[in-house]
Design a protein around this ligand. Structure first.
Ligand code: ZN
Length: 230
């Protein structure tokens, strides 16, 4: 007779049965950052963002961090090779063993191919790609209808959360501000740049485990749509 603990009922072992590698794609303004944080929390996996990873390496003073700091100080762009090495270093850590959600990586087909090989080496599944799709016109109106109060910091949207009195802050009565006059042009240019850089990635991943999710609803609705899709 044995009194050894059954490993199958060890704490936490039943909560997450499968390893998950998730990758979020979506245009600027689609709510990707918020959805990523909430989704990762719901699934109990870390969010891995390229910017944070690079800052962490620099702060830790690692060899990769020293190289990255040198490049960013001179205003240069980090090479695919350096970003890939930083990603490999991060994804090899213990907290990633049951999966992770990638934010801002991969950005190119070369990075996507590197990631695929890295996941094989780490014995992780290939990524489930979630594409949050929002029509450009909606992104433009969401962004350009924003108003803010420079005095108290209150935020408004002329469509979804208008002030009670035109152009005036509800909380403190100060006049509301808009960030830029050329908002629509700026947003459309940003969307064009996004489409140009992301279209090849969508093409690359659409043959795999690829889910397109409607991103037009409220943040809660979009989160539920993502959870239902995966
Ligand atoms: Zn105010």
């Amino acid at each position: 007779m044995t009194t050894a603990t059954d490993p199958s009922i060890a704490p936490g072992s039943s909560a997450v049965k499968t390893k998950r590698v998730l990758l979020l794609l979506g245009p600027p303004g689609c709510g990707k950052g918020t959805q990523g944080e909430r989704l990762a929390k719901r699934l109990g996996i870390p969010t891995i963002s390229t910017g944070e990873m690079i800052r962490a390496e620099i702060k830790a003073g690692s060899e990769l961090g020293k190289i990255a700091a040198g490049v960013t100080i001179t205003g240069g762009l980090l090479s695919d090779d350096l970003v890939n090495q930083i990603v490999e270093s991060r994804l090899s850590k213990d907290d990633c063993a049951r999966g992770f959600l990638l934010d801002g990586y991969p950005r190119s087909i070369d990075q996507a191919k590197f990631l695929s090989g890295l996941l094989e080496r780490l014995k992780m599944p290939q990524p489930t790609v979630i594409h949050i799709d929002v029509p450009n016109d909606l992104l433009v109106s969401r962004t350009c209808l924003r108003r803010y109060c420079a005095v108290c910091g209150a935020l408004y949207n002329l469509q979804s959360k208008p002030p009670k009195k035109d152009g005036t802050c509800d909380s403190c009565g100060a006049p509301l501000q808009q960030r830029a006059d050329d908002c629509e042009e700026t947003v459309r240019n940003r969307l064009l740049a996004y489409e140009k850089s992301t279209a090849p990635l969508i093409g690359h991943y659409s043959a795999g485990d690829y889910k397109r999710v409607e991103g037009t609803g409220t943040p809660d609705e979009v989160l539920e749509a993502i959870v239902a899709a995966i």
